[in-house]
Design a protein around this ligand. Sequence first.
Ligand SMILES: *Cc1c(COP(=O)(O)O)cnc(C)c1O
Length: 482
Amino acid sequence: MSGANEIHITPGMQRYIDKNNAYLAERDRYIREVVKKSKFDTIAVHGLYTMEDALEDYQGSIIEPIFMSTAQAFHDSDEMAAALGYLIPSWSYSRIANPSTYYYEWTLALLEGYGFDGHTECCSTSSGMAAIMTAVQPFLVHRFHNVLERRNFVATAQCYGGTFQQFQVRLAEERDVECRWVEDPTNLDEWASKIDKETRFLYGELPSNPGLGFFDIEAVADLAHSHDLPLIVDSTVATPALLRPICHGADIVVQSATKTLTSSGFGIAGAVIARSPLVTTIDNDALKNNFAIYVKYLPNRDYGPNLHPLQAVMSLNDMRTLRTKMDRMSQSTMKVARFLETHPNVESVQYLGLPDHPLHELASKYLWLVDAEHDELYGKPVNRYGHLMSFCVKGGPERAREFFDGLQRIWRATDLGRIKSVATIPSISTHQQQGEEGRLLAGIPPNLVRLCVGGEHPDDVIADLDQALHRIGTSTTAAVTR
Ligand SMILES: *Cc1c(COP(=O)(O)O)cnc(C)c1O
C-alpha cells in the first residue's frame, strides 16, 4: 500500500498473511450474507460487532470495548513486519487505527452504504472539519502528472461557516487553491461553467447549515463524472437516516458525527465514507480503489487527525437509535415550523418540509425516512426533513436578539443536532468571521435565527418560542411607527 518500498515477505510473514486473508474472506461473507440483508436499525445497533468477536476476543462484552491503548503488541517480528507493511489487518498504533474506532467506522460505512449495491468504507476523524480536510486534500496534490499545476474546485456557497473558512482562507488565500463558489446549486449550468481542466472535485453541502440549500445530487454527480471528477457531499444535516448520497452517485460523504448522528452532545467526531472504487483524474491507484482506507493508512497516518477511542464508542452508542430519533425530531420540527409560519412577529420561515419552500419539491425527491415502508407505523415510504430550520424575526437584527435573549427552554448555543433544542443567530456566531460579503453569498440575513428542534415535546418548544416572540411584540410598537 505504501508503494515506495517493495516488502520482502518471509515464510513467517506469509503464515500471518494467509491467516488474515481467511479472516477477511469471512468478514466479506458476513457483510454480504448477514449485514447487507439486515434492516437499517439492526445495522445501527450492531454494525460489524459480532457475537463471535465478543465471546472469543472480548470476554463476552455486549458493548464494543473501549481500547484506551496507544499501541498493539505483536507475537514476533514476522507479525510486526506484516502489520507495519499493511499486509494484514492490524491496528499497530492508535494514530493509524484502533479496534474501537474500527467498529465506529464500519457502522458508518454500512449505514451510508445502506441500499447501495457497491462497496463503501469509512475513515474516522477527530471532527467534521477534519473529515472535510481528509476528504479534499488528497485531490489537491500540487505535483500532478509530474508538473506543478494550478488547482481549483467547485463548491456550494451555502455551507457551514467552518467549511467556508477552510476553503476560502486556508485553501484559497493561504495555499493558492482556487475555490469557485456556486451560488445557485440548483442551476446545473452554473456548476458546469465553473469546471475546467484544473478542477479536482465538486463539493456540495445539503441540506446546508443554516440556509437549507439543496441540489439535485444525481444530476451534479453525473456532471462530475462526465469530467472524471468525484462529487464530495457534506450530509451532516440529513444523516443516513434520511439521505444516503452515495446511493445517488456521490463518491464521498463527509459527516460531522458531532451533530445529529449522535445528538447527545458529549463530544466532537467526524467521518469520511467513500465508495470504492471512485472517479478521479488523480493518478493514484490506492486512492482510487479504496479512498477511505487510503486516507486512513497514509495521509492521516502522517497528519494525525484521528478520533479518540473513547469518543468513538460514545458516538457509536448514540448512533444506534438514529432512525427513530430522526423521525420524531423531524415531525416535531414540522409542527414548530407550522406554528412560526402563522406568528405575527415572524417574517419568514425556512424549512424544507413546508410545501411552499422553493426547494420543497427537490428535497422531497431525496429526503425519505429510511425503512418507513418496513415500519409497522407507516407501511409506506414517508418524507422526513430533519430537525434544522431557520426563521427571520420581524423588525430587524435588534428584534431578533431581543427574541433570542428571551428564550427560557431553548438553549442559546452555536450547536445543532442536539436532543435538546438549540438556537443561534448565525450572523453573530457561526458565520461571524466571514464578513458581510461572505454572509450575503451564503444567504445569511442578520435577523436569521437558526433553530434545531430536539427531543422535547413540541408543544413545550412552541410555548417557549411563543413567550419569547411575545416579549418583542410588546416593545416593537414604537420602533415600527417611527
Ligand atoms: C458542524 C458542522 C461541520 C463541522 O463539524 P465539527 O464536528 O464541528 O468539526 C461540518 N459540516 C456541517 C454541515 C456542520 O454542521
